[in-house]
Write a protein that binds this ligand. Structure first.
Ligand code: GLY
Length: 423
């Protein structure tokens, strides 16, 4: 069986790497992939744009592709699933209508409200003046969100009312037509990635990521600087509540709207100091770097899981099985990220890092005259596994010590909250 994975990040490398462990997988093709997927045994890159739906469909039909797995939100929000389904190509990922759960914050909020899913209180505005007037009536901190996809730059947690007003003005000036203003809730953030076939929903192991660039969770937001799974804060009782109070009602609400949602339903949750889960946002795809920490622990063959979702037979699949223990992923980034950074730096030491027992997922990399060089902000994800998160981190950091490129930056405190608790 041949599977096509859309995207070029660490998440897509992790998907390809995991799929290739299945007996039934003959080849994975990444579109467009990265320098790491180009050299991963059994994998090859296809240099098409992720928005070239026609080219992707033609390749899939000519090459007898059994499944297309869509990594990033952009092609989903542009309707890649609808397009490929119209050509009878099996796809893992929701339709354009379903992808609104990520591409429109106000749509997602309405959905949650109709489903009775806990989420911070909010108001939606399509004009700057009423939004600014509303902000003045609120107490800081307060959250200002762009309604559309904003590559991780659409959310401001404003510490003052002035800051919130500036954020509102800037979003409207930058062309966003709708802005959501939301109550700010505190607690610990958790990512629960669930898979669904539109009828049944099954959560994967809960994960936590570190979104800020700086140690101690300081500085600007990034795509994610590290992650670990399973997140100990999600006890079995809390996991059951998340299924009952969040995942199941959300799927029901999607069904009521006539949406046949087959793919990842990723709940970005805040666990409040009282221990209650509330939804900050939904995403319509696998999280990155969470996927790099979750997949090394999955024992159920990934192709079987994704095909069961696509073929609407998830309920018949045996319970998902997981390796005992934990996994932790540390991201190596280019100097300057998430701001401007240089590219083309030669990367060395990956084989030595793998010999330490780590999985090294290539992200912002490319091949230049057979050498792996940097080509993006988040360059690599290094994942270790172990009995505890502390052990997993120790493997990841020993492996990271082997890797070098000019200007390499990584956080040395991934998992610090858990380490304090694990003692
Ligand atoms: N790690 C956050 C995300 O994937 O959106």
């Amino acid at each position: 069986m041949k599977i096509l994975v859309i995207g070029n990040g660490g998440r897509e490398y992790a998907l390809a790497w995991k799929l290739l462990q299945s007996q039934s997988i003959e080849q994975v093709i990444c579109v467009p992939g990265n320098g790491g997927t180009a050299t991963l045994t059994g994998c090859q890159n296809l240099l098409l744009n992720v928005q070239d739906f026609d080219g992707i469909a033609e390749f899939a039909l000519v090459n007898d592709i059994a499944l297309v797995v869509v990594g990033p939100e952009l092609p989903l929000s542009l309707g890649i699933t609808d397009y490929l389904q119209s050509k009878h190509i099996p796809v893992f990922g929701p339709t354009q209508e379903g992808a609104q759960i990520e591409s429109s914050k106000s749509w997602a909020k309405d959905l949650m409200e109709s489903a009775g899913v806990p989420t911070p209180s909010f108001a939606v505005f399509t004009e700057p003046e009423p939004a600014l007037a509303y902000v003045k009536t609120q107490v800081a901190p307060i959250v200002v969100k762009a309604d559309g996809l904003a590559a991780g730059k659409g959310v401001t947690v404003a510490a003052t009312i002035d800051e919130a007003q500036t954020a509102v003005q800037s979003l409207f000036q930058n062309g966003f037509e709708t802005v959501v203003i939301e109550e700010c809730v505190t607690g610990q953030e958790v990512s629960v990635l669930a898979v669904t076939d539109g009828l049944t929903v099954r959560p994967l192991l809960p994960a936590q990521d570190h979104k800020r660039i700086g140690e101690g969770d300081t500085g600007p937001n990034t795509g994610g600087m590290g992650a670990y799974a399973p997140a100990p804060i999600v006890t079995p009782e809390l996991n059951t509540r998340i299924e009952k109070e969040i995942l199941n009602p959300t799927l029901e609400a999607l069904k009521v709207r006539g949406i046949d949602y087959r793919g990842v339903l990723y709940a970005g949750l805040m666990i409040t100091p009282e221990g209650n889960p509330t939804v900050l946002e939904f995403n319509c795809r696998f999280g990155d770097p969470e996927t790099q920490a979750i997949l090394p622990l999955l024992e159920t063959p990934l192709d079987q899981l994704l095909l069961a979702c696509t073929q609407q037979r998830l309920a018949q699949l045996p319970t998902l099985t997981w390796k005992q223990g934990a996994a932790a992923c540390v991201i190596a980034a280019s100097k300057g990220y998430p701001g401007a950074y240089e590219k083309g730096k030669v990367i060395t030491g990956i084989e030595q890092a793998q010999q330490q027992g780590a999985v090294v997922c290539s992200a912002g990399t490319t091949l230049k005259q057979q050498e792996l060089v940097t080509s993006g902000g988040r360059v690599l994800g290094v994942t270790g596994t172990g009995v505890t998160i502390a052990q997993a981190l120790s493997v990841a950091y020993s492996a990271m010590d082997c890797i070098q490129f000019e200007g390499m930056y990584y956080r040395r405190d991934i998992g610090y909250r858990v380490l304090q608790d694990e003692g």
